[in-house]
Design a binder for this molecule. Structure first.
Ligand SMILES: [Zn+2]
Length: 462
């Protein structure tokens, strides 16, 4: 007698069967939901148990430092951490050593044997190195007898010599394909490390190597360079230097107009702005001007050892995360004369620099930029690239966690690189045009002479 419609109508006894049906539906839904919950809980329990088992198994696996106990011996603990998170050094000077000792003849260089200074493949492996910036450095003109003139306009072969340095680095990277892997991005670094290779990046150590030209910057980028230090120990057309031990008289009071344009272009390209060797005014202005995180590829803390080459607390305080802070990584330099008084440079003193920068800027903002092969002497306990684990063992004893140490070894640098890559992508997506700013002291291009445009100096009119 009933059909669907009837059942929805109120009955003579006043009972609303429709209401009953709704209650029954709700009840059924609740039952179904309870069943689903039970199944989900069951699954989660299974997953949790599997997760715990995996965690425990891997935690005691020697290759997995993120769970379980680390070995009691601090050096063994450090080695285990570095196996998973190897060192990415911000500054190694192997190419200038090859220029000075081998006249750039890469065939004569045997990195599988004992090299004359601090770097070769066996010691890189002992030191748990997973990557480094090969510094493609040429001296300031005055350091090698050139006079580049008051306006930096005299030719000094700096661009030629930089290209030769890039050639040396790239040929050595190619010569040992089982060891080195060229890297251009943070993802390339991670990929190389996954393959147990040493990620190899290039860094130009001073804008005096740019021939006063932003176009040269772009070409270095195209050749694989991923940071440019704004100065070495001399001022240049872009920025003021801090000198080595004595602060030189400022020239631009920080960045020149061309220096600001350089930073804009570096941000667009995804070239890291390196503030090692710069004056404090240059560093402050660059931090403000750069849209991307910045680095100090090889600089220590001035509060620990007071030389102009080290970073003062007032600048370390500008670094960090949050309002009015810039993301950055300060990669501690091992050069004994920047670490401590003569005779006192030790692995403990280097650890003091790391600790101090961590105290002021945060542990997420420290890295390592040894300067190996670019320094004559080394700290006791950090004699060459095989010794990084000693520094990590010491910091581990001082209370640095495995995660802090993984940041110090390379994680912090990777984060900063990723930040710079993101800024570059965003700027390009927004249509940012390349910078075509010219050095205003140049007279060979883009200038009117006597009110007339010249094709080039001394030639006909357009
Ligand atoms: Zn340097």
């Amino acid at each position: 007698m009933s059909n669907e419609r009837d059942r929805l109508l109120p009955t003579s006894n006043g009972r609303n069967y429709a209401q009953d049906d709704i209650s029954q539906d709700a009840h059924a839904r609740e039952l179904r939901a309870a069943k689903v919950r039970a199944v989900v809980h069951g699954l989660l329990t299974v997953l949790f148990v599997v997760g715990v088992v995996v965690f425990v198994v891997l935690g005691f696996n020697h290759d997995w430092p993120w769970g379980g106990r680390l070995p009691k011996d601090p050096l063994k603990a450090a080695q285990k951490i570095l196996d998973a998170a190897p060192v990415i050094d911000g500054h190694i000077d192997l190419p200038i050593l090859v220029r000075e000792f081998y006249a750039n003849n890469v065939s004569a260089v045997d990195l599988t044997g004992a090299m004359p200074a601090h770097v070769d493949i066996p010691r890189l492996r002992d030191g748990k190195v997973g990557g480094f910036f090969w510094s493609v450095y040429t001296s300031c003109p005055s350091d090698v007898g050139y006079d580049d003139g008051d306006d930096f306009l005299n030719a000094t072969w700096r661009v030629r010599d930089t290209l030769e340095q890039i050639d040396v680095a790239n040929l050595l990277i190619e010569k040992y394909p089982d060891t080195f892997q060229a890297a251009l991005t943070s993802e390339d670094i991670k990929q190389a490390i996954r393959e147990r290779k040493i990620a190899s990046l290039l860094g130009v150590e001073g804008a005096h190597q740019l021939g006063n030209s932003i176009a040269v910057l772009r070409q270095y980028y195209a050749l694989g360079v991923r940071y440019v230090t704004l100065t070495h120990s001399c001022h240049n057309a872009f920025a003021d230097s801090c000198g080595i031990f004595e602060k030189p008289k400022p020239l631009h009071d920080g960045l020149s107009d061309l220096g600001y344009a350089l930073i804009t272009e570096m941000n667009r390209l995804g070239m890291l702005v390196d503030l090692s060797h710069t004056s404090d005014a240059t560093a402050r202005q660059a931090i403000k001007a750069s849209k991307a995180p910045v680095i100090w590829s090889h600089s220590s803390a001035r509060a620990v050892w007071d030389v102009p080459r080290n970073v003062p607390d007032e600048i370390l305080e500008l670094i960090g995360t949050g309002a009015n802070k810039t993301d950055a990584v300060v990669m501690v330099n091992f050069a004994p004369y920047f670490v401590a008084a003569e005779g006192n440079a030790t692995v403990e003193a280097v650890a003091d620099h790391v600790d101090h920068i961590a105290k002021i800027a945060g542990k997420e903002h420290v890295g390592l930029g040894s300067d190996f092969d670019g320094i004559g002497d080394t700290p006791r306990g950090l004699e060459d690239v095989s010794k990084y684990p000693q520094l990590f063992a010491l910091l581990y004893q001082r209370g640095w966690s495995r995660y802090d140490l993984a940041g110090l070894s390379g994680g912090n640098l990777l984060r900063v690189m990723e930040g710079a890559e993101r800024v570059s992508r965003d700027l390009k997506a927004d249509g940012a045009a390349p910078a075509f700013d010219l050095y205003d002291k140049r007279t060979d291009i883009g200038k009117k002479r006597d009110g007339r445009w010249l094709v080039s100096a001394g030639e006909g009119e357009l």
